[in-house]
Write a protein that binds this ligand. Sequence first.
Ligand SMILES: [Zn+2]
Length: 250
Amino acid sequence: MYEQLCKTILQKPVAIRTIHQYLTEKQEDTPTCILRHDVDRQPLTALNMATLEHSLGIKASYYFRFIKGVYIPDIIKAIHAMGHEIGYHYETLSKCRGNHEKAIALFQEELTTFRSLCPIATISMHGRPFSPHDNRNLWQKKDFREFGLAGECYLSIDYRKVTYLSDTGRTWNPHRYNIRDQVKQDVDLQPNLESTNDLISFLDRGHYRDTCILTHPNRWASSKGAWLYSASSDFIINQGKRVILALRRP
Ligand SMILES: [Zn+2]
């Protein structure tokens, strides 16, 4: 299904570019399509996805968490060697339970470890749905550019101009299960999509403007057993999110 999505995009008059390219290179007339991946767990699925994209001549952006089982240097280096962008999927404010000073120090430490593997120019926050801390708040008192970074995925992109589509909650519907990965966006920029087939026909209808498609590779398993495992854990997490969203409603 993901291959079909990539092939659909490749047929369109859009340029697939990494987040770093989008933020630093001059925008030409051709609209940009960004393929962003947040690697939350199961980094092998990211390696599969990166290999598929590489075989199609696509360069995407991969954001890795710094946790056991995800930060695997050999996988990160292999994806970087294919020409993809590697970014840091940080969550130090929730790791440090809201202690800002400790979270900044840990951010610096983890970023330095990532940079021993390959260049890191952009970051994206990990939106832990069950943590009270929003990792983006790390930048309320500090500027990420002090760390030699060109951008933060939620803060550096103007989502009034870029259509943002995310697979969070195993649906392209932006409201159902999405607690943290949200961006502020006009309704006319956010199409009402559910399945990847919906997304493909949306692109086929001629959506030629800047777009960022966020996928979590662990949701896109390549074997049936792995898919079933990933789909059922998403189901359980979605039930938890349903409770949180219901409690938030007035
Ligand atoms: Zn994440």
